[in-house]
Design a protein around this ligand. Structure first.
Ligand SMILES: Nc1ncnc2c1ncn2[C@@H]1O[C@H](COP(=O)(O)OP(=O)(O)OP(=O)(O)O)[C@@H](O)[C@H]1O
Length: 606
């Protein structure tokens, strides 16, 4: 299949459709705009001098052509002018001062609007990030990480122009436009009206052309976002691509998309280039009218030469704001789409919410009670069907069962990543929905199967369990879980920098680190999710030793596929399709010769 057909091919194409996140513009919405501008409220005081400088700059700009008219008619004109050299020098100096004021006012305005705009963007991004950190697992279940990322980066960036210069420019352009219209009509109504005939023409041409250009760029962005999505997928899955020797097919597919992107970019760029000349032609029509009609008025002495020059100057200043207002409108429509996506996230309520004024969970002993729990991720597909389970403080509970039987779900409910549809989870007799989430999670430690290692030093990664831990405490935790030796073998020991997701570390080393992290946090309840699944036999012996230290005095829940590791658990709970089918210690379950016995048998046979 050729690259082109690949891209057009339905199934491949569908992989890259992120329609919601690609809409570049949305209809104008006042309440949304008001909400967006409310982010500027904290900077009202700083905005005042900016607006004052904007008014000063605009007024001086408007006064310069007027001054020119006075100089031409009052001094330079061979018939009516005074010809006074001193007056000419003074007027020249006055004009210089005006230019100076205009320059200073503009410099101040541009600098400070940019600073305020950046602060607004900073606040918005911070607000968004703070909010998405509160959102529950259900929110992330529904969305690919890429789409969340795009909102925090691209969508917030798309508002940058609006805040850094758009808002103040809009005000400035309106003042300038109204000012020019008033001045022109005051200077000469007939000539003023004559040149304004071109305004509707300019507006129609500019709006329709801009619309086409916007759509062309929208298309470019869509194509680029597909390339990005494919790149992201390719990089993440590079090992699989290489292992299955799919580089050629992948390259063909990428080439197809890249080619389409190039075509779309060329089209948008060509359309963009037509805009300048079209506007210039329309402006030139206005200038022709001015000089054709204006010169006849000069000849009939209805107006002076100075007035005609002033008109020409004002006209030059007239198209600029009209042009920019068109741009501004486009910017607003883009901002509408981006802000809608940002607010959609900000308005999303965490599905796992704290009760109002919930107290913190007091220091716990670690008694855990699952009371008739029913849970479903998707409506109508129960993952747990009435689970009742009691773990006394300090007991070790092993959860076993086939894949998809509900082991991780039980853990998810204990950490309150989700709330049960029915039933309660009690810790020391307290329903975990009645206390603050942070007080609960800070007392429950979790060692995940796919240990997440953050970019930073080894020390920072262990310290993630308790940020105020001293170096000695970090080393003690690492020693206790047999991680100290391998850490000391790394080039910079505890200061060795590791990359995102810990690619420089082996799976076993990553797990040892996460053990140290959990030990440092010193939780009363500990969860080990498949924690020993990817460790070799030698490391496993170390881990077994470490586990003893780690589990001491804690209630623990272990999910392990390698059944040898849970043999000594106080209680083994066997799950099947979301239900507990067997429960007891190893010996009791083996003598029952039921599901657990079958699992052990199967593993040994394997
Ligand atoms: N985020 C999710 N959204 C929808 N369904 C889910 C989600 N997570 C799990 N499930 C479904 O819930 C059921 C129980 O899943 P769970 O992860 O608890 O199983 P498990 O016993 O831990 O499996 P494994 O041993 O493979 O990790 C499965 O049918 C699974 O498909």
């Amino acid at each position: 299949m050729s690259a082109g057909t690949n891209v057009k091919g339905r199934s491949r194409n569908e992989r890259f459709v992120y329609q919601d996140d690609e809409a570049i513009e949305k209809p104008f919405n006042w309440s949304q705009l008001r909400r967006l501008f409310s982010y500027m409220k904290p900077y009202r005081k700083q905005l005042m001098p900016v607006i004052a400088m904007m008014v000063v700059g605009t007024l001086t700009r408007l006064s310069i052509p007027f001054l020119m008219m006075l100089v031409i008619d009052g001094i330079i004109d061979p018939q009516k002018g005074s010809g006074n050299k001193l007056e000419l020098v003074l007027m020249g100096m006055a004009m210089l001062v005006l230019y100076g004021i205009q320059w200073a006012a503009n410099t101040y305005r541009i600098k400070h609007t940019s600073i305020i705009g950046q602060k607004v963007i900073f606040d918005l991004r911070q607000h968004l990030f703070q909010h998405i950190q509160q959102l529950s697992f259900r929110f992330y279940d529904k969305r690919p990480a890429g789409s969340v990322l795009v909102r925090v980066t691209n969508d917030v960036n798309a508002l940058q122009d609006l805040f850094t210069n758009g808002v103040v420019n809009l005000l400035m352009d309106c003042i300038q436009l109204v000012g020019i219209v008033i001045i022109l009509l005051m200077l000469n109504v007939k000539l003023g009206l004559a040149i304004m005939i071109t305004v509707p023409l300019m507006f129609i041409v500019s709006t329709s052309l801009r619309k086409r250009i916007r759509f062309a760029w929208q298309d470019v962005r869509m194509k680029q976002s597909r390339i990005n999505a494919h790149l992201n997928e390719s990089i993440q899955g590079m090992k699989v691509t290489q292992a299955f020797v799919q580089e050629k097919d992948n390259m063909n597919f990428f080439n197809g998309m890249n080619g389409i992107n190039l075509k779309s970019w060329n089209k948008a760029s060509a359309l963009n280039q037509t805009f300048g000349p079209v506007i210039e032609v329309t402006a030139a029509i206005g200038t022709c009218i001015l000089f054709w009609y204006g010169s006849s008025l000069v000849q009939s002495t209805a107006i002076t030469v100075g007035l005609l020059v002033a008109f020409a100057n004002y006209m030059g200043n007239f198209w600029e704001p009209i042009n920019r207002l068109g741009q501004m409108y486009a910017q607003l429509l883009i901002a509408m789409a981006s802000s809608e996506r940002i607010f959609e996230f900000i308005d999303e309520k965490p599905t796992v919410a704290e009760a109002e004024q919930a107290p913190p969970l007091p220091s716990i002993r670690g008694d855990v009670h699952f009371d008739n729990i029913v849970f479903e991720y998707e409506k109508g597909r129960p993952a747990l069907k009435g689970i009742s389970l009691h773990a006394k403080a300090g007991q070790s509970i092993a959860l076993v069962g086939h894949t998809g039987s509900g082991k991780s779900t039980i853990i998810n409910l204990l950490c309150r990543f989700y709330d049960p549809v029915q039933g309660r989870v009690l810790i020391d007799g307290t329903d975990i929905r009645d206390v603050t989430i942070s007080s609960l999670r800070s007392q429950v430690g979790i060692v995940m199967q796919d240990t997440f290692i953050f970019g930073g030093s080894i020390r920072d990664n262990i310290r993630y369990g308790r940020l105020d831990a001293t170096h000695e405490e970090i080393v003690a935790a690492a020693k206790a879980v047999n991680a100290h030796d391998f850490i000391m073998g790394l080039p910079d020991g505890y200061d060795t920098q590791v990359e995102e997701r810990g690619n420089v570390l082996s799976m076993g080393q990553r797990q040892l680190l996460s053990f140290a992290r959990a030990l440092l946090a010193d939780p009363k309840i500990l969860i080990l999710d498949e924690a020993t699944a990817s460790i070799d036999t030698e490391t496993e012996l170390k881990i077994q030793e470490a586990l003893k230290t780690l589990l001491e005095g804690r209630t623990s829940f272990m999910i392990a596929h390698r059944l040898s590791t849970i043999r000594h658990a106080d209680e083994i709970v066997v799950l099947d399709h979301g239900e507990i089918v067997e429960q007891g210690n190893h010996e009791a379950l083996m003598s029952r010769r039921g599901v657990y016995y079958g699992l052990i048998e199967a593993q040994y046979r394997f």
